[in-house]
Design a protein around this ligand. Structure first.
Ligand code: HAM
Length: 430
């Protein structure tokens, strides 16, 4: 036998049934996608779909060269017929903004957009962390806030409510101020960290010179005290930034949305300013952040567009669904309404015709294909989870009838003329 080929490490197959090492299935995922379509519509956001591959430079310029995502985790390759460097997208914001600038979408109105799809980061795989993962992202472009900042938080809260997981998620917020405030804070932070340089680990010592804000994000338990006592950005906010942050919090208070202020929340991508936030859970182990985002007021301009203050977030679908699967209320509907079986001369065509008529009437119909005996077919009907089963055998073909079985209820098996079938199904469904 030829050797089997396996999927790339950290990239999962989504199957009709859960696997031991990847506890999600396609029906749950699909139910979630349907929820997302309703949810984005409810809030007046329009969908945007961009390519999965982009010029590498797009991510370098937006996410930042010194970030882990761009520095270590991108899948980058040269296009074979020219020297353009391409990358699989590690996130959706940069692509979304590239498209908005390229097509001049902000020409005469702000935009509220959403997207959903695979992203790629070469991280060390573990539960809740994959190399191909999926996000739903929201980007509100051309809005100064803080009303929109509160709107997108309310939007998250609305989704958690609908999925039945609100009680398992905590909102953490912070403000990163504007560019000048960040520069002033950076100088103070570097000076402070230099005083403790001998105690820093290798990673933090490197970041001290490249991306000192990220030292505050350290997971190293020995550095927690140093990070806790470091100068915090919120103490460097000027009047306007402070007013923005205060109004944002007042709106959350007014909406009854609870939050924790986390002075060390900095996010892992470079484009953020002012409001940043994360929704975390204590139910998923180390990969606790289900959703994160914030303002990126300067990014559109950096990508060649006219200045347009903006905010957005992305949620990790795998992490969210691992939580939903365990604690949520999302119903995954995979079973057909009707399973149709056939046996004997002329029964295949008759069964296919009945199936077509039932589908046209709005039923989901799975048809048995093959030549096993009825007993084996009934087993399949049962496995399918269908509520009803139909038998089309020689007798039914001869007198144009069908035999109807109630697989989940207590109605007696009955044979009815084909013309009466939908009426009979309606009666049994009541
Ligand atoms: P991010 O924090 O890098 O932000 O990713 C958002 C979410 O994607 C994370 O909270 C997590 O749930 C999920 N995620 C990230 N990496 C992985 C991974 N390797 N495996 C599984 N899930 C993962 C962004 O991507 C920004 N573009 C969000 C944003 C939109 N900010 C403004 N607009």
């Amino acid at each position: 036998m030829a050797q089997k080929i396996q999927a790339v490490k950290g990239m999962n197959d989504l199957l009709p049934v859960e696997q031991a090492d990847f506890k999600l299935n396609a029906a749950l995922w699909q139910a979630f996608e349907e929820t997302v379509l309703r949810w984005t519509r409810r809030f007046g956001y329009a969908q945007i779909r961009t390519p999965i591959v982009e010029p590498t430079n797009l991510f370098v310029r937006s996410i930042g060269e010194e970030t882990d995502v761009v520095g270590k985790e991108m899948y980058t390759f040269a296009d074979s017929n020219d020297s353009l460097s391409l990358s699989l997208r590690p996130e959706g914001t940069a692509s979304c903004l590239r498209a908005v600038v390229e097509h001049n979408l902000l020409y005469n109105a702000p935009q509220k957009l959403w997207y959903m799809g695979p992203m790629f980061r070469r991280e060390r795989p573990q539960k809740g962390r994959y190399r191909q993962f999926h996000q739903v992202g929201i980007e509100a472009l051309g809005f100064e806030g803080p009303d929109i900042d509160a709107e997108i938080i309310a939007m998250c809260a609305d989704l958690w409510r609908e999925l039945g997981i609100a009680e398992h998620l905590t909102l953490e917020i912070n403000s990163l101020g504007n560019r000048e405030e960040r520069a002033a804070h950076r100088s103070a932070l570097v000076a402070y960290l230099q005083q403790h340089e001998d105690k820093l680990d290798e990673d933090s010592r490197r970041r001290l010179h490249t991306n000192p804000l990220r030292v505050l994000d350290t997971k190293n338990p020995e550095l927690q005290q140093i990070a806790d006592n470091a100068p915090a950005l919120v103490d460097y906010l000027g009047e306007a930034s402070q007013a923005h942050y205060d109004s944002f919090k007042a709106l959350l208070d007014g909406l009854g949305i609870q939050y924790k202020e986390n002075r060390r929340l900095v996010r892992g991508l470079d484009y953020y300013n002012q409001t940043v936030f994360e929704w975390t859970t204590d139910k998923l182990g180390a990969q606790a952040t289900v959703c994160g985002g914030g303002r990126y007021d300067g990014l559109i301009e950096e990508l060649g567009g006219k200045p347009a203050p903006s905010i957005g977030f992305a949620l990790g679908i795998e992490r969210l669904l691992l939580l939903v699967r365990e604690y949520g209320s999302l119903k995954a509907e995979a079973a057909p309404d009707i399973y149709i079986m056939q046996q004997g001369e002329g029964s295949t065509l008759a069964a296919m015709r009945h199936a077509a008529a039932l589908r046209a009437a709005g039923y989901a119909v799975a048809q048995y294909c093959g030549s096993q005996k009825l007993k084996a077919q009934i087993k399949r009907a049962d496995q399918s989870g269908a509520r009803f089963a139909l038998i089309v055998a020689e007798q039914e073909v001869a007198d144009n009838s069908v035999t109807l079985k109630d697989m989940r209820g207590s109605h007696e098996q009955t044979t009815v003329p084909a013309a009466d079938l939908t009426e009979q199904l309606k009666q049994w469904s009541r």
